[in-house]
Design a protein around this ligand. Structure first.
Ligand code: PAF
Length: 291
């Protein structure tokens, strides 16, 4: 039976008991509505450590004004069953009051990396994300934490805060999991209507086609413009389709080692994100040294 705790105190009791017995802890932070992508993170954590903790917390701090926090899918019971099916050891599901009591004041500003791309469109989002991730790391004290490459900018920011604040957690990037038509798995896909879900496959198709053009030596500006046009004609409102340095996320004009193609576009009310490297071989991981 999967053990579920809701307070940091109960969590610490379980983890200190493991640490006393020299067990190692892998951690997967989530906001719930779990899918196969999350379970792949759990399996990766299990391959590295003897115990795995998953947190489910819909973090109000990372929702910006106008984003519907109350409608974010919450399905704790079903999520717990999925975690049990992959033999997760512990679920930490704190309440907002447990995480943010009335005295709570400190926030972590990840700097420039938090203000570009997603951060420019959702100001304050990455401060909220960085704050909760740092807090969860201190509560769980894991040896490794697994993050999906789907939220590529988030992954870079988490690596940066761990480096900057000397948090002793190995960050493990896990490749994107996709549906059969290529759409990256995301809890937000549940917002798509049946028609939109069919249309949505154009996003990864376009991204992979642009990546191929770049690999073939095509002009980056032209390939990106053509990609945006195709998405717009396919019913998307494109926020960005851009080629960046995979670490700094600064735009680049031609493919280079660790280049990353990032895309964000809206389909109806749903905002979809995706990204890919430019290698033809197996997907790169953002931080091969810790993978
Ligand atoms: O990727 C997510 O689900 C969230 O941003 C995270 C890392 C769990 C922090 O709330």
């Amino acid at each position: 039976m999967l053990k579920t705790v809701t307070t940091a105190r109960e969590l610490r009791m379980a983890t200190t008991d493991w640490q006393r017995r020299n067990e190692t802890i892998g951690f997967v932070p989530t906001m719930g509505a779990l899918h196969e992508g999350h379970l792949a993170l759990v399996k990766k954590a299990q391959s590295l450590t003897t115990r795995t903790v998953v947190s489910i917390f819909v973090n109000p701090l990372q929702f910006i004004a106008g984003e519907d926090l109350s409608n974010y899918p919450r399905q704790l019971e079903g999520d717990a069953k999925k975690l049990e099916s992959v033999n997760c050891d512990l679920l930490f599901a704190p309440t907002p009051e447990e995480m943010y009591p009335p005295t709570f004041k400190t926030q972590i500003d990840p700097g420039p990396l938090g203000n570009m791309l997603e951060g420019a469109i959702r100001p304050g989002h990455f401060t909220g994300m960085a704050t909760v991730v740092a807090k969860l790391f201190l509560q769980v004290m894991p040896d490794y934490a697994c993050f999906g490459e789907k939220d590529y900018q988030q992954l870079q920011i988490v690596q940066q805060i761990v480096n900057d604040l000397s948090i002793p957690v190995g960050i493990v990037p896990v490749p994107i999991m996709r549906d059969a038509d290529g759409l990256a798995l995301s809890s937000r896909n549940a917002y798509l209507s049946a028609t939109e879900r069919k249309q949505a496959a154009l996003l990864p198709q376009t991204m992979f086609d642009v990546a191929q053009k770049l690999r073939d030596g095509g002009d980056a500006e032209t390939a990106l413009e053509e990609g945006k046009k195709r998405l717009t004609e396919g019913g998307f409102r494109v926020d960005y389709l851009t080629l960046v340095d995979g670490r700094t996320l600064e735009p680049i004009t031609a493919p280079q080692k660790n280049a990353r193609l990032l895309v964000a576009a809206r389909l109806g009310k749903t905002r979809l994100l995706d990204n890919t490297n430019l290698l033809t071989e197996t997907p790169t991981t953002a931080f091969p040294e810790v993978a």
